[in-house]
Design a binder for this molecule. Structure first.
Ligand code: AMP
Length: 424
């Protein structure tokens, strides 16, 4: 019987077998971030609404239609975070994280919220990990951030990645591109979708990103941003290309790549995977040299990315099998159960351990141990308990050896994965 309540539309429960896949991904993310020198930041799930309106941009889909915005009991407008960069940069400014540092490298992992039409790869609560490198305009940092993203994906075991790179210019040269888009589309306005008609007025760059076929057709005729780059942006773009090539990171230039958020300058990138169909971006990011100042900090360049964890896990497919139970403790009768439970409690310091108690005979208990995937069984009969030497049975070789409890614990610890480490 299924109950009256279901998880809200666009959200999903992560059940135990899937949660193992999530833990594995999170472990890889944390490990790679650590090796690249990024430190974790955890910001609140909700922020003042104006933070997102200001940074993500008033004309973006996120701010116009996708935010979970509510008023609290004191009449403040708050919004469940739709993305992680604005909160990270807000915290960077608020806590003066850049003081004395050449570069501040942050990463985050957590849920994001967007009121979108749920479909494959698109949810209302979803999860991202992301990284932000704040404090340097050096193109080598762009290279480092893109390489970091690629490395995380590689370590998950995903093959067949495609890295797309573009430059959207900066405050110097972007107005020329915007003017050219307006000019190219002025006589085709009626053929654009209603959203793009409005974009043509307010944010023409985003027409390049529209998925409506008619708009895509028109967008193909627009000269790309790279035709308008100023010398400084052109040099930056070339340096990023050269840096990626030097590391052996394979990428392709995609002149139509603009990102859905207003704060990007210069480098924009996305990583795609063919298995995902229409929603094929695993994640993306770019440089946001104006954002820190926009949020009230001293002018400070930055670059970052965000990756969609549901999409990565979809590509990875099957959750990893449950790690084999390592030890089954088998008291032969009720009289041995107390000793068995004490030993179980000690064994759980070093390994996953279960007890098979009850009236069944040894044969049946050993079968139960086998079914739970135990590598060892520890058998406690009357004699073993009296002598303080239970029998350790190696379930792979069948060998049985009487041992003291400390010996048993040491033997089990030697083959068990360390208890705090995630087994993959
Ligand atoms: P964005 O912050 O829009 O650049 O998104 C970065 C990545 O997050 C995307 O490439 C997706 O992998 C993922 N993502 C964005 N929105 C959603 C969503 N509604 N549901 C699931 N994943 C999403």
């Amino acid at each position: 019987m299924s109950g009256q309540y279901k998880a809200p539309k666009g959200t999903h429960d992560i059940l135990p077998p899937e949660a193992r896949a999530w833990q594995r991904l999170e472990t890889i993310v944390r490990s790679v971030m650590d090796r690249f020198g990024y430190e974790e930041i955890r910001t609140p799930i909700f922020e003042e609404t104006t933070l997102f309106a200001r940074s993500v941009g008033e004309t973006t889909d996120i701010v116009k239609k996708e935010m979970y915005t509510f008023t609290d009991k004191k009449g403040r407008s708050l919004t469940l975070r739709p993305e992680g960069t604005a909160p990270a940069v807000r915290a960077f400014v608020e806590h003066h994280l850049g003081r004395g540092a050449r570069l501040t490298k942050l990463f985050y992992v957590g849920p994001m919220f967007r009121y979108e039409r749920p479909q494959a790869g698109r949810f209302r609560q979803f999860h991202q990990f992301g990284a932000e490198a704040i404090g340097s305009a050096d193109p080598e940092i762009d290279v480092d951030v893109i390489a970091l993203f690629v490395r995380v994906l590689e370590e998950t075991g995903i093959a067949g990645l495609s890295v797309a790179l573009n430059s959207v210019g900066d405050a110097n040269c972007r107005p020329l591109h915007v003017a050219a888009i307006r000019e190219a589309l002025a006589s085709h306005k009626d053929a654009l979708c209603p959203d793009c008609k409005e974009r043509l007025e307010r944010n023409p760059l985003r027409i390049l990103d529209c998925k409506v076929p008619a708009c895509r057709g028109l967008a193909a005729r627009i000269p790309p941003a790279t035709d308008f780059l100023c010398d400084a942006c052109r040099a930056h773009h070339a340096a990023v290309e050269a840096g990626l090539a030097a590391l052996g990171v394979v990428f392709r230039l995609d002149k139509n790549l603009v990102r859905g958020i207003d704060y990007y300058t210069r480098t924009a990138f996305e990583i795609h995977h063919g298995a995902l169909g229409a929603q094929n971006a695993l994640g993306g990011g770019g440089r946001y040299d104006g954002l820190v100042a926009e949020l009230g900090g001293a002018p400070t360049p930055g670059i970052g990315f965000a990756a969609g964890m549901e999409r990565i896990l979809t590509v990875l497919g099957e959750a990893p099998a449950r790690p084999r139970g390592v030890v089954a403790v088998l008291p032969l009768g009720a009289a041995e159960e107390a000793a068995a439970r004490r030993l179980l409690y000690e064994l759980r310091r070093v390994a996953p351990a279960e007890i098979v108690a009850g009236d069944a005979g040894l044969g049946k208990k050993l079968r139960a141990a086998n079914e739970m995937g135990a590598r060892f069984a520890v058998i406690l009969g009357e004699d073993e308990v009296r002598a303080g030497r239970p029998l350790l049975k190696d379930m792979e070789t069948g060998e049985q050896t009487p041992m003291s409890e400390p010996e048993i614990i040491a033997r089990v610890a030697a083959v068990a994965p360390p208890p705090t480490k995630e087994s993959s």
